[in-house]
Design a protein around this ligand. Structure first.
Ligand SMILES: Cc1ncc(COP(=O)(O)O)c(C=O)c1O
Length: 322
């Protein structure tokens, strides 16, 4: 959050507007709505990241509020893995720049796919931000963030970082250097496991729906965006059990290998119930509108033996209704 906050504050001024994709990570959403808004920085979100008309409509609304200085996207989103078309967002940012005489900075939160499976700078993003706490750290033992971009784009971020003290401490920096040695190996193994598990869940009679981009039908327009900008579907995704909260809880309580925890991106597999944990602050009506129901379960697949993970899911799904 320090990396995201420093980046936004480096480019936003009172009277400006942020145009952003939705949903965003809850902490980012709260930062924009509760911290930046009282400083006179408005925010307008767009929910469908591949619908050009919807993004342009949100851009008009943002322009009506003030100078649009940042376009912030998070793709894939958490927990339903909806995608934002980066090339489209860059074109919209260029057009806003022509209109208002000031090109907004395009910022992408690339926490979910990490630098191994998505390279936003190659798709017109100016600054990429990360929660390094997740895949890059990878061992659930540090809290860190990063902002990356051209020297020109990073200059004001670095200046503000020094001014407000959001540098990373030396010990965490050393831990990150250690983690980078295995980043590609860990992410590749986790993604391979995730593909096996997503396919297993998609075929299971007690599962209603799996939100995993690699399973999108060939003719789905989101699939074109997935193939254009993602190297893999990642290892954090969600699925709906058949039923509701009762069935979801029966399943979760029966698991033995998956740990019930809300973080993601570590070597160990984690699982959570978004409606009562990470998204409990979101009103039920809003949750249901964006597709997070009481039956939705989020997984962060680790690097364990895939057969063990499938066996654990199999016995826990069998416990539903018992
Ligand atoms: C997509 C995304 N961005 C940012 C953050 C914030 O990360 P941190 O807790 O490392 O500040 C998170 C945390 O869950 C996240 O999922």
């Amino acid at each position: 959050m320090a990396a995201i906050t420093t980046t936004l504050l480096a480019y936003c001024r009172p009277g400006d507007a942020i145009l952003h994709s939705q949903p965003l990570y809850g902490g980012t959403e709260t930062l924009i709505a509760r911290t930046l808004q009282p400083f006179g920085i408005a925010a307008i979100g767009f929910a469908d990241g591949i619908d050009e008309a919807a993004i342009r409509q949100a851009a008009e609304a943002a322009l009506a509020k003030g100078r649009v200085s940042i376009v912030l996207i998070e793709t894939p989103s958490n927990p339903l893995n909806t995608l934002v078309d980066m090339d489209l967002v860059r074109r919209v940012a260029d057009d806003i720049g022509t209109r208002q005489g000031h090109r907004p900075v395009v910022v992408c939160d690339n926490t979910l796919l990490g630098p191994v499976f998505q390279k936003p700078l190659q798709h017109g993003t100016d600054i990429v931000v990360y929660s390094l706490t997740k895949y890059v750290g990878g061992h659930s033992d540090l809290i860190a963030g990063a902002a990356l971009g051209s020297q020109e784009h990073m200059r004001s971020v670095k200046l503000l970082r020094g001014a407000i003290g959001t540098q990373l401490d030396p010990h965490s920096a050393w831990m990150i250097a250690r983690s980078l040695e295995t980043l590609s190996l860990r992410m590749t193994a986790a993604c391979r496991n995730a593909e096996i598990i997503a396919q297993f869940l998609a075929e299971h009679p007690r599962v209603a729906k799996v939100y995993f981009s690699a399973l999108l039908p060939k003719d789905d327009p989101v699939r074109r965006v997935f193939e254009q900008q993602c190297g893999a579907a990642g290892a954090t995704f969600s699925f709906d059990v058949k039923g509701g909260e009762r069935e979801a809880f029966q399943f979760l309580n029966a698991l033995e290998i998956f740990k019930l925890a809300v973080s993601l991106g570590g070597t160990e597999s984690l699982i959570c119930h978004p409606a009562t944990t990470v998204h409990s602050g979101v009103p039920k009506a809003t949750r249901e509108r964006i597709g997070i129901s009481d039956a939705t379960i989020r997984l962060s697949i680790g690097i364990e033996n895939a057969d063990d993970l499938v066996a654990d899911l199999t016995q826990a799904l069998a416990a539903i209704g018992g």
